[in-house]
Design a protein around this ligand. Structure first.
Ligand code: ACK
Length: 971
């Protein structure tokens, strides 16, 4: 039951103001008594009390009562009935009940109608509950009874009630006639009208509800009106429409600032970030200015905007491919669907100095693709040489282009000057058979770098380059096989030099010979043709895969040359002559001094060889007043460097050994340089390629935290390529360290500083060992320190240290520990922990390089292929080494508080954070030694550079504590 019935009164004798006009039969049976109450309202009472006389049959009949909507009515009687025993001398005729009757009629009976008791139907015999009630005092009080009887069904428009007395003593105080209705109600957002129950008490009235305003029907809302006027069994429901929510059974409009996009009984939601609704009943919140919603975005999602431009876009160009790398934009616009598009333009400057740009040629290949990149790098193949490309990397998301906002572009201009024109003259057909064509060509120009091979690309002319094939040859001729008879093929050739690929030659068209019918019948030829042409796309795929790996991961040229130690020459000058080109000083233009070495200044300048473009170079000079030994030591490096030819090894352009200083005066452009030359007597110089970013260690220190892990791994890969080359040549570097790696403008890292004996004199890191040699302790493998056992394996150890330097942005290995302590710690098994933000895989590689047993360390080829795997699946770089882990074998001891937190922070120039540590409860060095990067962040140190410095110092502290635990505390 869900609602209380509604009472509709048809008659109430207590409220009838005038005469009741009820009839009595016989006239002296019932007595109508009307008294006035204190408010002067009539009280109608009917009495009868003929208890002493036998055979009583007194009737009292009401007026005609209109039934209205009633189907069944209720009669409520209030009366007193005397107990026969209470009447003295009462005879046996005394009764204690009376009878209730009714008569249906559509209208009042005419006054003349004779009263006939038989016309009336009996409802019930009414008895009193108890005629008298005993009071506490023992008095008997007449008690008022209330009895209710149901009368019906009422099938006519009205009815009469009649009361039959058969000899009782009754006072009928009030008669109330009413019927029940189910009241109008709201249920499940539907309104139900008030409803009269069915006349048959066992059946229910089904009522359909109407949805309230701003609601809509889901399942037909229904209620059932029961006979007693109660609502039963609610079914179905309505729900508030969009823009409205339920409040107190109604659907109210959403307030401004709120919205509801779907019909349902949910509340209005607050407008998501960057959106608002100004009116009531909003079904959607509109995005604020410069914010947007993509088509697929749900209305509950915050409005977003296009990302900002990619950051730190750099280009890298190696032998055959051009790489672009960048960092994600600072602002992703609040979305996760960030992608990048690479747009390319080729800009050429005419002789008159006007630069014209046009879209790049369509055959430029982008790997993996140019549009919709999700990673932050792309490789570009098939670019033309001697061209200026401008690449725009655009960061986009689903809302890019929706507004008027400018595009988020980062630009980089790449100049592909390093290779040269096609180098191939006319391509001639030497002979042709049905299935083969032999071609040859001439090399027209002096190549700028050594020729690796030629690539011949060909396709059937009729196929218009839908698919093509290609082949390689080391000589300027080739026999292309697997062709179809009588078919015209288009060929073009390009040269691959160690400096990159050239542009393709123009197209040359040649036809295969006509088919010889005798031979064609022989299945063998057919087989060849199907194998080569039918399987074309598979071949192409294999070829492209090979090419991809060749371009991305060129394996250094190995096993052909071996390194010749210049010390094996009786006269070291001979070695210089053999391996280093003598440069006429008039070709060198010195511009400025960029550094100082042990032997003299290092300058930058330009080298202008006749017939060649001038190139930027670094010029190492030998101080004036040098001894013959110094001159030999100085030039020793050139005779070593001159033997190498690898992208990741600093390239020797040549040496100046026998010049006259007056020649120099003409060519030096700066006063300092002129001065320098004037005082250096006969200048001796080593000219090497210019590396714009200088030494790797200082380069990283000034760009703390600015590279992606992938960029750092790219640098490490370059160094590994250089070291693989050196180890293949049989050369042991002995002083591999970040300070001896140079970085060019495209972030290509090259190994430099050759000629160990000299280098170590110069290297401020080198210290004398017990055996008297001078060794850079922190970078050197233990067996090399202990017994001078230098090998490629000891270079691998140093490579591990370089990895650590790179990943920690130029931190000093083993921090401020003394050399002696470093040696002892290594001996005890301690190894450098992973720098902050270093992927665990890279730290594992470092630990692998630092195995005590040299035989267990990886070789450089292993290192290189490991790094290549990481680059191909950069997901492997996502797990970072946890920085709380202790790399020491045992737990740290309790140790005394040597210095205060304040002193410690002062010592690392981070004094500004004293309060952060103290406020967070870090008051002892003991407590900070277990802090992680997260802890550092939590106490409010947000700058990455500062986090790195503090974490690094904590690691160093941990190491020192471990050392103290092992060896005791020495002041
Ligand atoms: O860190 P840097 O700028 O890089 O300072 C040192 C300095 O000369 C003394 O060695 C810089 N340097 C050495 N070789 C080159 C080179 N090939 N290109 C550019 N800078 C060089 C080195």
């Amino acid at each position: 039951i869900i609602a209380n019935w509604l009472k509709v009164v048809l008659l109430d004798t207590t409220t009838v103001l005038g005469e009741l006009d009820w009839k009595t039969y016989p006239v002296n049976g019932w007595d109508a008594i009307t008294e006035m109450d204190e408010q002067n309202r009539p009280i109608h009472t009917f009495q009868v009390c003929h208890v002493m006389e036998p055979n009583q049959n007194n009737w009292l009949r009401s007026g005609w009562i209109r039934r209205q909507a009633a189907q069944r009515v209720y009669v409520e009687l209030r009366f007193t009935l005397r107990d026969c025993n209470s009447i003295p001398w009462v005879s046996g005729t005394c009764k204690e009940t009376f009878n209730l009757f009714y008569l249906l009629s559509d209208e009042p009976l005419p006054a003349s109608t004779r009263f006939r008791p038989t016309d009336y139907a009996k409802v019930d015999t009414i008895a009193a509950d108890e005629s008298f009630t005993q009071t506490d005092l023992g008095d008997r009080v007449l008690r008022l009874n209330t009895e209710v009887r149901e009368v019906g069904p009422i099938t006519r428009k009205g009815f009469y009630l009649a009361f039959q007395d058969v000899g009782a003593c009754i006072a009928l105080v009030s008669v109330k006639v009413f019927y029940k209705r189910c009241p109008s109600t709201l249920r499940n957002l539907a309104a139900f009208p008030d409803t009269v129950p069915h006349m048959d008490s066992s059946s229910l009235v089904e009522v359909r509800g109407a949805c309230v305003e701003n609601a809509e029907e889901r399942d037909t809302p229904k209620l059932y009106c029961g006979a007693d006027g109660d609502w039963l069994v609610p079914l179905g429901r309505c729900i508030c429409s969009i823009g409205h929510e339920e409040t107190d059974g109604h659907c109210q409009a959403c307030k401004p600032g709120f919205f509801k996009a779907f019909a349902g009984n949910t509340k209005c939601s607050k407008c998501p970030p960057h959106s608002s609704s100004h009116d009531q009943a909003a079904t959607v919140c509109h995005c604020d200015k410069s914010f947007y919603r993509a088509l697929k975005d749900p209305s509950t999602m915050a409005c977003t905007r296009p990302p900002s431009a990619p950051r730190n876009l750099v280009s890298l160009i190696n032998d055959t491919a051009l790489f672009l790398q960048w960092m994600p934009p600072r602002d992703s616009g609040g979305r996760k669907d960030l992608a990048y598009n690479v747009l390319c333009q080729r800009c050429d400057t005419s002789d008159s100095g006007v630069t014209q740009c046009e879209p790049c040629e369509p055959d430029l290949r982008f790997i993996p693709k140019a549009v919709g990149l999700t990673g932050t790098s792309v490789a570009i193949l098939e670019y033309a040489v001697h061209a200026n490309y401008t690449f725009h990397v655009e960061a986009v998301n689903e809302v890019s282009g929706l507004g008027l906002a400018a595009r988020s572009l980062a630009n980089v201009t790449v100049n592909t000057h390093q290779a040269g024109p096609a180098l191939v003259g006319v391509v001639r057909k030497d002979w042709a058979s049905e299935n083969s064509i032999a071609l040859s060509w001439e090399q027209v120009e002096q190549p700028p770098a050594d020729i690796v091979d030629y690539e011949v690309k060909y396709y059937e002319r009729e196929q218009e380059q839908l698919s093509y094939s290609s082949t390689r040859t080391r000589t300027p001729s080739v026999v292309v096989t697997g062709l179809r008879p009588s078919t015209v093929y288009v060929f073009h050739v390009r040269t691959r030099t160690t400096a990159g690929v050239t542009a393709y030659s123009p197209n040359f068209e040649f036809s295969t010979a006509a088919e010889d019918p005798d031979v064609a019948d022989q299945g063998q030829v057919l087989v060849v043709v199907t194998a080569s042409v039918g399987d074309f796309s598979k071949q192409l795929h294999t070829f492209l895969t090979d090419l991809y790996f060749l371009l991305f991961f060129p394996v250094p040229f190995s096993g052909i040359k071996t390194y010749v130690d210049p010390d094996t020459y009786e006269d070291p000058t001979q070695a210089v002559e053999e391996f280093a080109k003598e440069i006429d000083p008039s070709y060198i233009c010195i511009e400025r001094v960029i550094g100082a070495g042990e032997f003299g200044e290092v300058c930058s300048g330009r080298l202008r060889l006749p017939g060649r473009m001038d190139i930027p170079v670094a010029i190492k000079t030998l101080k004036g007043g040098y001894s013959e030994q110094q001159r030999r030591d100085f030039l020793r490096e050139a005779s070593i460097m001159g033997q190498f030819n690898c992208t990741n090894i600093i390239r020797l352009e040549g040496v100046v050994t026998n010049s006259k200083f007056d020649q120099w005066l003409v060519y030096s452009v700066s006063f300092i340089v002129m001065f320098l030359i004037l005082f250096s007597g006969r200048p001796v110089m080593i000219v090497v390629e210019y590396m714009e970013n200088g030494a790797l260690d200082s380069f990283l220190r000034t760009r703390d935290g600015q590279f992606t892990v992938l960029q750092l791994v790219g640098m490490l890969r370059g160094i590994a390529v250089g070291m693989t080359y050196l180890s293949d040549m049989g050369y042991v570097h002995r002083d591999l360290a970040a300070r001896n790696i140079l970085v060019d403008k495209s972030l290509v890292c090259k190994v430099s500083d050759f000629g160990m004996s000299r280098v170590l004199e110069e290297d401020t890191e080198a210290a004398y060992t017990a055996t008297g040699g001078k060794i850079p302790i922190r970078w050197t493998a233990p067996e090399a320190i202990a017994y001078g056992k230098f090998s490629t394996a000891s270079d691998v150890w140093s490579y591990g240290i370089v990895m650590w330097e790179v990943m920690s942005y130029g931190e000093r290995p083993y921090w401020e520990m003394s050399n002696q302590d470093v040696i002892l710690s290594i001996e005890e098994g301690y190894r450098l922990p992973a720098p902050m933000g270093c992927p665990v895989t890279l730290h594992q590689l470092m630990l692998h390089c630092w195995q005590k047993d040299a035989g267990q360390r990886p070789c450089f080829t292993d290192v290189l292929s490991f790094l290549d795997k990481l680059i191909i699946s950069p997901g492997s770089l996502l797990t970072l080494a946890t920085d709380t882990q202790s790399d020491s074998p045992d737990e740290l001891p309790d140790y005394p508080l040597f210095i205060s937190i304040g002193d410690w922070l002062d010592s690392i120039k981070m004094s500004q954070y004293k309060n952060n540590f103290l406020a967070a409860g870090y008051t002892t060095l003991d407590s900070i030694s277990t802090m992680s990067t997260d802890d550092i962040r939590r106490i409010g140190i947000c700058l990455i550079g500062h986090q790195r410095r503090i974490i690094s110092s904590i690691q160093s502290l941990r190491l020192q504590l471990h050392h103290i635990q092992q060896n005791g505390f020495q002041v």
